[in-house]
Design a binder for this molecule. Structure first.
Ligand code: ADP
Ligand code: MG
Length: 693
């Protein structure tokens, strides 16, 4: 075994001098329990205190050590009372600004005294300033003690200070220095990368000449080494999962396709080429004796539901049941309606299950499911204990980004028949750039519906300040008088469903007053499912012209005659969410409009998002921008991918390495099979999320 997994580094932190239970508990909040964990707790950034910067050479944003002589110390009143101390060193002058200070402190700064300080330079009223710098009065002839290394700045948890963390890491480093560490990433694969041990030492204690810029950008070879190794570990763990999954058995569906044909004959339109291609990819998988695990990505409106229906009929024709799980009741209800409409003419039964279905009605559905209803549609209520399938052959999960990996897997477990598992089809309208998908979904096969049904007119998107709300209301009145329908979407004020619903209620009341000639409906998350369903049905039937809604209508809702959408405060939403919302219009042949009614002033990021929305309607392009603006945590969420929390790698920042990671992982599998376990163990340890499910 390697030295890193060796007993000395595996020991709990409490083995270190001065670490008791209380400190260990604080460290635990950072996921640190062993000495090895401390070593992998890497600095978020560095400060350079190894040299004194001449005041004249400081640029804004620099974090610097300065030594200068007091020229003046004065309390200014201004907006906020502050103590200003002006320092000069012969190359220039700079101000220190303190908002919290006492008289003793003020009197300390006598003219002519020398002060040594450390802080970040920000632009102020009279040139650069250091806000609340760390400082010390020094004697002019005192030798200038500087640090030997760049100073690491660590992520902290409550009750921990940088100094305490640095001391702890120093203790861990002392142990590391005495240990030989096995490199599971063979140097033959990466001849130019430093060893793991050297990398860790350097990153915790970079020498004064280490390139700070490279370190800040995560481009230093020592960082590369760790990033590569971590990404490889993640990849290997997903591939292992895939292997485990494929070792299982699944029912083989080989059918004549007569049900599929009957469905397609009913439709007023042919499949798009992309739908046809993806359907054959799915059917090829399901004709094999191992469980399919396929992700179908398709932009909003690409026609994923129909693809799901054809896949379902393949399983049904083979004599199996199919379950469709949707993230919200509105969406589940809509699927239920679609599937009932499509399957009833074929003589097939569709059951329905949602959390709020109670009593007898619920029991009736449960019985239908147990007795083999061909199609079962529902929310996550589907994997509750009382639900027993008779012969589940295919589980379809819609809009998977709303579900966690665990929920998906419990549905699979539910459908297990002896040693056979159901096939799984996962559908998402959140497209993921290809390189990223390769890493984040390495355990899945993917298909892409890269074509929209013909005859769609691009949506025209305009952004207006909310001072023009009246105009927008007039526009809606006008559109509705022409027989069109519209959505008015109220967004989240805080992360509170209650507040969002209140906002929708207020808007609803206001619009009712101002648009008396229109039939207006309201849906939000706190209404009873039946109420919601009724309103949706009325809107769909064009009995309501305007629907005021919260973001509950974000996913999947399909009303082709709705051609106008107003999104209030779009700046509060991420790009993918805006794209999803906007996708509720532009579903028919008529020109559709989306009005982004923003609140001023807009932040820079808010402006950027709104202009992306105006420029493009391509889901992949929007997803890429979303990644740039928000980062992968938000877009992918480790919760939904099999990926565990990462220590140093970042899927977006390190995207350019992913191709290399992929190749390296394959080489390891081929040539160094005995290295796989230790690498995964080292980086993921107990965190291999769904392996144990
Ligand atoms: P999404 O991929 O967003 O789930 P849907 O499945 O809701 O999209 O389909 C959007 C709309 O496109 C629906 O009204 C559906 O009936 C229609 N549709 C699906 N496939 C086709 C097709 N091949 N030709 C024309 N319209 C289609
Ligand atoms: Mg859909």
């Amino acid at each position: 075994m390697s030295a890193l997994t060796d007993a000395s580094l595996q020991k709990p932190v409490t083995e270190l001098k001065g670490v008791g239970a209380a400190l260990a508990a604080k460290l635990d909040k950072l996921g640190i329990s062993s000495i090895e964990d401390l070593l992998f707790h890497l600095p978020a950034r560095y400060q350079d205190r190894t040299r004194v910067t001449p005041i004249g050479a400081i640029r804004r944003g620099d974090e610097v050590v300065v030594v200068g002589q007091v020229m003046l110390a004065d309390v200014v009143k201004g907006q906020r009372r502050a103590l200003i101390v002006r320092l000069q060193d012969g190359t220039g002058s700079i101000s220190l600004r303190f908002f919290h200070f006492n008289a003793a402190q003020q009197n300390q700064f006598k003219n002519g005294l020398w002060v040594r300080c450390y802080g970040e330079a920000r632009p102020g009223a009279n040139g650069l300033e250091l806000y609340h710098p760390e400082y010390r009065i020094v004697k002019p002839d005192q030798p200038l003690t500087v640090e030997d290394y760049l100073t690491p700045v660590y992520p902290l948890a409550e009750g921990l200070t940088q100094n305490r963390m640095r001391q702890l890491i120093d203790l861990a480093l002392a142990q590391l220095k005495n240990t030989t560490v096995t490199d599971w990433l063979p140097s033959a694969l990466f001849p130019h990368l430093p060893s793991l041990k050297d990398s860790l030492l350097l990153l915790h204690q970079p020498p004064p000449d280490a390139p700070v810029y490279e370190l800040q950008e995560y481009k230093h070879p020592s960082q590369h080494r760790l990033i590569m190794e971590e990404l490889i570990a993640q990849q290997l763990s997903l591939l292992k999962l895939r292997q485990q999954h494929q070792a299982h058995l699944a029912p083989i569906f080989q059918v004549s396709g007569s049900l599929q044909q009957q469905l397609l004959d009913q439709l007023p339109f042919p499949l798009t080429g992309a739908q046809g291609r993806v359907i054959s990819e799915i059917q090829r998988d399901m004709a094999l004796a191992k469980p399919m695990l396929r992700l179908v990505q398709g932009d909003v409106g690409a026609g994923k539901t129909l693809v799901a229906a054809v896949a379902a009929l393949t399983a049904i024709e083979a004599g199996y049941q199919v379950a469709v799980m949707a993230p919200t009741e509105i969406l589940a209800e809509q699927h239920f309606n679609n599937f009932t409409q499509w399957l009833t003419p074929l003589g097939l039964e569709t059951a329905w299950l949602a959390g709020k279905l109670k009593g007898k009605a619920r029991q009736k559905q449960l019985d239908q499911i147990a007795n083999g209803a061909a199609m079962v549609v529902g929310t996550h209520a589907l994997f509750q204990e009382q639900v027993q399938f008779q012969r589940l052959g295919l589980a379809i999960i819609d809009e998977q980004h709303r579900f966690g990996v665990h929920q998906r897997l419990s549905l699979r477990e539910k459908g297990r028949m002896g040693d056979q598992y159901p096939h799984q089809l996962i559908m998402t309208a959140t497209p993921i750039p290809r390189t990223l998908a390769m890493s984040a979904y390495a355990d899945l096969d993917t298909s892409i519906i890269d074509e929209l049904p013909p005859g769609r007119t691009p949506i025209e998107t305009v952004a207006l300040a909310d001072s023009r709300r009246d105009e927008v209301i007039q526009r809606i009145a006008h559109a509705c008088q022409q027989g069109k329908q519209a959505y008015w979407v109220c967004t989240l004020i805080e992360d509170s469903e209650t507040l969002q619903c209140q906002a929708a209620e207020t808007t609803f009341a206001d619009l009712q007053l101002r648009l008396k000639e229109l039939q207006i409906g309201l849906v939000h998350g706190r209404m009873k499912p039946k109420e919601k369903a009724d309103i949706m049905a009325q809107f769909k039937a064009n009995k309501l012209q305007l629907l005021v809604a919260t973001t509950v209508i974000e996913v999947g809702v399909d009303v082709p005659n709705a051609t106008m959408m107003v999104i209030e405060n779009p700046e509060r939403l991420g790009l993918s969410q805006l794209h999803q919302l906007r996708g509720r219009v532009g579903r028919g042949a008529q020109q559709s409009y989306c009005v982004l009614l923003y609140h001023t002033p807009l932040s820079r990021n808010g402006k950027a998002r709104i202009s992306v929305m105006r420029e493009t309607q391509d889901g992949f392009c929007i997803a890429e921008k979303d990644l740039e603006l928000r980062g992968p945590g938000e877009v992918l969420g480790t919760k939904q991918t099999g990926l565990a929390q990462m220590k140093i790698a970042d899927l977006v920042r390190d995207q350019y390495l992913l191709e290399m990671v992929n190749q390296a992982a394959n080489k390891l599998i081929q040539h160094y099979p005995e290295h796989l376990e230790p690498i995964v163990e080292r980086w993921l340890g107990g965190a291999e999320q769904y392996a144990q499910v």
